[in-house]
Write a protein that binds this ligand. Structure first.
Ligand code: GLN
Length: 478
């Protein structure tokens, strides 16, 4: 069974030793989906025929190439449905793009394909990646495999649930303010938000262009590293990408100084999450790392700045959905009516809320008062963090203030926005961060996973992988 080989390396070893084949893996993936996905609802679409065909080719190729086969050959992977796969529906879980078929592959899709990955299907998400629970999908609400009363997190909730339910070895998500790390935390997975510019955004449906990055959701930190290395790198189609060989030296160390911004945790964090976090700090100290209390006062303004910068970018990016160029088009007597009807029907409530907010903060009367101020806070946050990384090697926070919440628990958007309190400062400053499973907390008789978030200096992914492997993979025997 696929679940016997939880990681890419375990799967590959099984393939190479002849104990298991990509043909079996793909058959098992669909068997698990057929058994569980009626309830979990992680997948919007399955690529059964293509995946089976790829599996046959991968099985033959593995026989021929053995250890020289590319890194992801025959590995079943699920893809968030805001990443373009040529010839496939890419809906961003919106009615606006319900029937939109991608005309090209995203750069990361090309790279994953070249590395041999097998795409199993497209995963559900919050509409246009706006949300923290996957309840904002226009099509369905994905459930958390640890407790199906609860959300898997979001916006990459379908991607997280697809791995947590055992259907795939890994999945790809996107993270604008926490959408990889927060669902990873809720679903007991590893989730990486790379340095801004490390991974090409070509072929991603944009949410906030200065914040978006794609990254892996996996069961081990090593798997996240393997997938990240396949996807990352310079891309002529995305001028913001950075060449890996220009990376500054962020060396790995035997022992790290880990900064903990404790005063930041006073804002509504669950006591059970805090307890797990403190236990992890003790373990890290025992493993020889130095734990230091630090202050990052501007980080505490992150959420406020994010909910100005992000909607501003959303309102610009989503202006392209006008009934003319992509997707849904409603009839009208005038151009204005076509725009109005299309956007009124095509977008859900949360998307509309953010477009309105964004248009407001960018309007000439309020630009200086809101948008310019938020961008100023953002550059001060960057400086605060750069200065802090002169003193500490890593910053550690919980990934989210609570474990997974119950579907429908929050009716006001602000309570949901607060789930991102620890993750949004990372996107605003452009640095990389990884959510690693810390432990479980008991809630109503269910063991719910809780993650911790390591934040590294700009382009310090290797340091995240190093600490993550030591603090998670080695301990879990992965
Ligand atoms: N939950 C955050 C939001 O709603 C982050 C979303 C994301 O990272 N795509 O904006």
């Amino acid at each position: 069974m696929l679940t016997k080989y939880p990681t890419i390396s375990a799967l590959r070893n099984a393939y190479l030793s002849g104990n298991y084949t990509p043909i079996q893996a793909v058959a098992d993936a669909f068997a698990i989906i057929d058994e569980k996905d009626k309830e979990i609802q992680a997948f919007l679409e399955l690529y059964r025929e293509e995946a089976k065909h790829e599996a046959v080719l991968a099985t033959e190729r593995l026989k021929k190439e053995g250890d020289n086969a590319p890194a992801l050959l025959g590995v079943p992977i699920a893809i968030k449905n805001n990443i373009l796969i040529k010839g496939k529906k890419t809906t961003a879980s919106s009615k606006m793009l319900e029937n939109y078929v991608a005309t090209y592959d995203a750069t990361i899709i090309e790279r994953l394909r070249e590395a041999g990955a097998i795409f199993i299907g497209a995963t559900n998400m919050d509409e246009f990646a706006m949300g923290s629970s996957t309840e904002n999908s226009a099509f369905m609400t994905t459930k958390n495999p640890y407790d199906t009363k609860r959300v898997p997190g979001g916006s990459s909730g379908g991607s997280a649930a697809s791995v947590a339910m055992g259907a795939v070895t890994a999945s790809i998500g996107t993270d604008t303010g926490g959408s990889i790390r927060q669902p990873a935390s809720y679903c007991g997975l590893v989730g990486l938000k790379p340095t801004y510019g490390a991974v090409s955004r070509n072929g991603l449906i944009a949410m906030g262009s200065s914040l978006d990055q794609a990254g892996p959701l996996t069961r081990s930190v090593l798997d996240a590293e393997i997938i990240h290395c396949v996807m990352a790198g310079l891309d002529p189609k995305d001028a913001t990408t950075i060449a890996p060989d220009t990376y500054p030296d962020v060396p790995v160390k035997q022992s790290y100084t880990i900064g903990v911004p404790r005063s930041f945790f006073e804002q509504g964090i669950d006591t059970s999450v805090m307890k797990v976090f403190d236990e992890q700090l003790e373990k890290l100290a025992k493993a020889g790392h130095k734990i230091e209390d630090i202050e990052l006062p501007l980080f505490e303004q992150g959420l406020a700045a994010y909910y100005i910068v992000m909607p501003a970018e959303v309102s610009s990016n989503l202006a392209r959905f006008d009934g003319m160029r992509y997707g849904l088009s409603e009839d009208g007597d005038t151009l204005r009516e076509v725009y109005g009807k299309t956007r009124a029907t095509g977008f859900g409530a949360e998307v509309k809320r953010r477009i309105l907010l964004g248009a407001y903060v960018l309007s000439s009367g309020y630009y200086d008062a809101y948008y310019r101020k938020a961008e100023a806070v953002r550059s001060m946050m960057r400086k605060e963090l750069t200065d802090m990384f002169q003193k500490v090697d890593l910053v550690l926070t919980p990934s989210a203030p609570t474990p997974a919440f119950v579907v429908g628990e929050f009716s006001d958007p602000l309570s949901v926005y607060k789930q991102d309190i620890f993750t949004v400062p990372v996107n605003l400053t452009g640095v990389p961060a990884i959510s690693v499973p810390a432990d479980h907390v008991e809630v109503e008789g269910k063991a719910l996973p809780v993650g911790m978030q390591f934040i590294a200096p700009h382009q310090g992914e290797s340091r995240l992988f190093d600490i993550g492997i030591r603090a998670h993979d080695k301990i879990q025997g992965l």
